[in-house]
Design a protein around this ligand. Structure first.
Ligand code: PEP
Length: 249
């Protein structure tokens, strides 16, 4: 049995006060919920407020990105050491919005992933095809390529904490969700690739989350798929009640 991860990606939303308000309302609603791991990833500036508000609770705080160098002249970037200094060791890597708008490539995803794993983080590495790729029947090839390149030169031992999120780009923030069957098929492709790269035991343990317009009313059918080990949730994670309904599907 793989323990599911229910992760929130707050993107560039909320101020520190709004983050505190969220946790004030959310924590009592999920208190004692141990069936799944719960992770909330605010933007960097909200991390201290979120950590403070979630202290001692069953909710972990993560970042939305991390750089691969220890330190240096990399304006606008954040290092593993800076995150660890706050006690943060969960991080989203290679989100499609980073790939689409900020020049993230399979190679930089690989660099970030290597550094995060090396530093003991639990990275959520995002992969997923765009609509044109799906329509051209290229989904499986794209997922395989993204996995091969993201996991390049990483051993199974180093990758022990890896979590993958399958996020079809056409489903992110669009209200279009992949059907549970489409998601499960994609997850199976990713798991097969992980088997080839890291071995069967590793792949059997690997948690693969689904992300893309997960909402309270579609979460149960997605989570009913054996292949789906949790959710990465954007829009619907901003509201405490709606994220609670997803966590407690
Ligand atoms: C995301 O940001 O990873 C995401 C899946 O967003 P949304 O749930 O809004 O589609």
């Amino acid at each position: 049995m793989r323990k599911k991860v229910m992760a929130a990606n707050w993107k560039m939303y909320k101020t520190p006060d709004q983050s505190r308000d969220f946790f004030r309302d959310f924590l009592p609603l999920v208190a004692g919920h141990t069936r799944d791991e719960i992770v909330v990833c605010p933007s960097f500036l909200n991390i201290p407020a979120a950590l403070d508000a979630a202290k001692g609770s069953n909710v972990a705080i993560g970042a939305q990105n991390v750089h691969w160098k220890e330190e240096g002249a990399f304006t606008g970037e954040t290092s593993v050491g800076q995150l660890l200094a706050w006690g943060v060791n969960n991080v989203i890597i290679g989100h499609s919005e980073r790939r689409q708008y900020f020049g993230e490539t399979d190679d930089t995803v690989n660099l970030r992933l290597k550094t995060a794993l090396e530093a003991g983080f639990t990275p959520i590495c995002c992969v997923g095809e765009v609509l044109e790729e799906r329509e051209a029947g290229m989904t499986d090839d794209i997922l395989r390529r993204q996995c091969v390149r993201a996991f390049h030169a990483i051993s199974a031992k180093k990758a022990a904490k890896l979590v993958v999120a399958y996020e079809p780009v056409w489903a992110i923030g669009t209200g279009k969700t992949a059907t549970p069957e489409i998601a499960a098929e994609a997850h199976a492709v990713i798991r097969k690739e992980a088997t080839e790269i890291f071995g069967e035991d590793f792949a059997n343990q690997l948690r693969i989350l689904y992300g893309g317009s997960v909402k309270p009313d579609n979460v149960s059918s997605l989570m009913a798929q054996e292949e789906i080990d949790g959710a990465l949730v954007g829009g619907a994670s901003l509201d405490p009640k709606s994220f609670t309904a997803i966590v407690k599907y």
